[in-house]
Ligand binder design. Sequence first.
Ligand SMILES: [Mg+2]
Length: 317
Amino acid sequence: MGERVLQLDRLRGALIGLAVGDALGAAVEFQPPGTFKPVTDYRAGGPHGLSPGEWTDDTSMALALADSLANAGWDLNDQAHRYVRWWQQGDYSVVDRCFDIGNATRAALSRFMEHGDARRSGDTAEHASGNGSIMRLAPVPMRYVAMFPDDVEKVALLADESSLPTHASEQCRSACRYMAVVLAGLMHGLDRDEVLAADWKPLRRLQQSTPLHPAVAEVAAGSFRRREPPEIKGSGWVVRSLEAALWAFYRAKSFEEAVLAAVNLGDDADTTGAVCGQFAGAYWGESGIPQRWRDGLARRELIERSLANCLRHVGPP
Ligand SMILES: [Mg+2]
């Protein structure tokens, strides 16, 4: 019973952490590091003129994915349909309309609407390796957390496939595989140093079954420990984005410290925050997220609804 409560706290923490990181970063998205007053709390503004606590596409797409896993099981076309409903009708948006769809996502979803096959709607080109699929990933390891550690390859495969509707490059797919396995380990309550070690056993198994793209493998091998800003960047490129989120997470003493370090890198701040927030939320749990940030999330009921949907399908640890 105690373990169940603890795991629930970590599962909820991953998705709420995603939304909190997104909302903290939204006000400084696209601003170069050092050009803004460091973020310490929700604030108004940013390119979309949001109110404090409002969140963006990262959270909207994660809620769509969580609902899909709950209602349709594993169905990439259902996932893509829900992303289209967000884009075209504003479902899952904090303000009931989509105001910030990325170019790669728009192009991919347009292709999906033409041919109806989400498996081949994402761009496979290396240069199309944005962070749009790692930013929404948490529901996959949440829903399938019971597969860890025995079926770690399966968790990784599902995470890989979840990238296809919008981001089908090998770098994006590799980043999803690696991130899902780390998140699953954290959701199980494993220690941060253990899951982030270059020789972590599930990572070795992953590398043996389907090797990670070399650029992602370099991150998994610990590039985030060696580098510091300005080499660490809040970039839109999936590899740098994942690296930046792990840099902010791996040595922080609290959820707050991790996520603020991530968003204060600027640039793609909301997404760096959302990626870091998934790791930090899974590690410290919902109870480790400052109460004022949980309470201050806009449209909290939308988040709770998708979270409850998804968690209904999670088996016992
Ligand atoms: Mg965003």
